[in-house]
Design a protein around this ligand. Structure first.
Ligand SMILES: Cc1cc2nc3c(=O)[nH]c(=O)nc-3n(C[C@H](O)[C@H](O)[C@H](O)COP(=O)(O)OP(=O)(O)OC[C@H]3O[C@@H](n4cnc5c(N)ncnc54)[C@H](O)[C@@H]3O)c2cc1C
Length: 415
């Protein structure tokens, strides 16, 4: 029950388990840390927001396969530039905001969740033992599974730095150029970053459709602008061609080369082929199919509580890429959802303890919005402003470091 000193009395701390310590998961964790200490959440954009009425004992556990927070949106640059790679991955234990007795980390992969018993099974990376983790509230924020080279496959910072170094050397030294297959968002960013970072390297982007970004719900003038900028920086763009055959050919024993055959019979030789065509897959296999859409996304209400046919749906939340919500998947949306889920868990706790009705934050549909970093320029599209591009836009959208600094809300210690 609430007490007069602003503390919600409870026999023990409320246990919140968060699966995935990235944009969505960490935003939920830090919102809960702030609210539980009686502070306005650091993610709040409301200048008139009042501190919450009660401090609440909360114990947060974040389970992640990685040993740290990886700035995923900087991946195309991190995998081509060692210095940037080092800044892209911060071990959880080194993030100031997360150094708190209220937060613990488990490095491991969640393999099962029992919503009725409110227990998760986690395969710990270090010991390879499976532990069971009971919780009162669950936030699933484990995003989508993506393959290399869209994202690194290392799970520890030290291994990631090696992976990034090897990859950067590979593309730098590839004899006969680098070919990227797939002109979606990842492919175009990768092509531009490579060409800017290794200008002497020939970079070719091959896409099967008539226009780049063909599967994104965006107008042609956006795709055309991206195409123009890529050609300006020196990327060769080949459209309407599929790679129908890739054969490895030995050049000088050590360095290999690849012979690619395109659908029109054209052939080209290259020193490195990077695939940017695989479709990302939701990481939701640890949940019952009843919680999921047919393609594996978690069904949610606008409060981000599960809306599928599972036990205790009001104690289960999904945020970020994994949530079945409209709009292009973006890290800003993931953080926004994390903020809302953290707030709604706090509200639910208060309501269950008799401290008033829950004042849930509910999500509106997201408009399709996109911002792409293409070397020294960015291109963006919003329903209000249409297509914009330029060097200033790169700075305003991504800063000097692909948005890593602007994500510093995740790093900040609450005041
Ligand atoms: C190359 C690339 C460039 C991008 N560029 C942009 C951009 O410029 N702007 C933008 O807004 N968005 C961009 N995006 C999209 C953006 O990165 C995602 O929308 C965002 O990362 C989603 O955040 P999330 O927290 O939902 O999930 P993620 O960031 O994917 O994090 C999921 C976390 O869960 C962990 N995990 C997964 N499975 C398990 C499991 N079973 N058990 C435990 N942990 C698990 C992972 O290790 C990871 O840390 C880009 C994406 C890519 C791939």
């Amino acid at each position: 029950m609430p007490s007069n000193d602003g503390v919600l009395a409870a026999a023990r701390a409320f246990r919140v388990l968060i699966i995935g310590g990235s944009y969505g998961g960490l935003a939920a964790a830090l919102t809960l840390v702030d609210l539980s200490r009686g502070r306005v959440p650091r993610f709040s954009s409301n200048p008139d927001a009042k501190p919450p009425p009660y401090r609440v004992p909360i114990q947060i556990t974040v389970a992640d396969e990685r040993d740290g927070y990886y700035h995923l949106i900087g991946s195309p640059k991190a995998l081509a530039c060692e210095k940037f790679a080092s800044e892209s991955w911060t071990r959880f234990r080194d993030i100031p905001a997360l150094k708190s007795p209220d937060i613990t980390f488990i490095q491991g992969s969640v393999s099962g969740v029992d919503c009725a018993a409110k227990v998760a099974r986690i395969l710990e990376t270090e010991t390879q033992n499976t532990r069971t983790e009971p919780y009162d509230y669950l936030v699933v924020a484990s995003g989508l599974r993506r393959v290399f080279p869209a994202v690194p496959q290392s799970l520890r910072r030290a291994e990631f730095l090696e992976e990034a170094k090897l990859h950067a050397n590979d593309v730098r030294n590839a004899r006969g150029g680098v070919v990227i297959i797939g002109g979606g968002a990842v492919g175009v960013e990768m092509a531009a970053e490579l060409k800017i970072l290794v200008p002497q390297q020939q970079v070719t982007l091959i896409h099967s459709r008539k226009r780049l970004l063909s599967s994104e719900p965006l107008p042609d003038d956006f795709a055309e602008r991206v195409d123009t900028i890529l050609r300006e920086v020196g990327v060769e763009v080949i459209l309407e061609q599929r790679v129908v055959d890739t054969t490895e050919v030995d050049v000088d024993g050590e360095r290999r080369a690849w012979l690619l055959t395109l659908s029109d019979g054209q052939r080209l030789t290259t020193g490195r082929v990077l695939s940017a065509i695989s479709r990302p897959i939701p990481t939701s296999m640890y949940l019952s199919p009843d919680a999921l859409t047919n393609d594996g996304y978690v069904k949610v209400h606008s409060s981000l509580q599960f809306s599928g046919d599972v036990s205790n749906p009001e104690h289960h939340f999904a945020v970020g890429d994994l949530a079945a919500w409209n709009g292009i998947k973006r890290c800003g949306s993931a953080m926004h959802m994390g903020h809302y889920a953290g707030n709604n868990i706090y509200q639910h706790i208060l309501a269950e303890r008799g401290a008033g009705k829950p004042n849930f934050m509910t999500l509106n549909p997201f408009p399709n919005v996109i911002g792409l970093a293409l070397g020294h320029k960015a291109v963006s599209w919003t329903p209000d402003q249409g297509t914009r591009h330029g060097e200033d836009l790169l700075t305003s959208l991504f800063g000097e470091d692909m948005g890593n600094t602007s994500m510093s809300t995740l790093q900040k210690v609450g005041t």
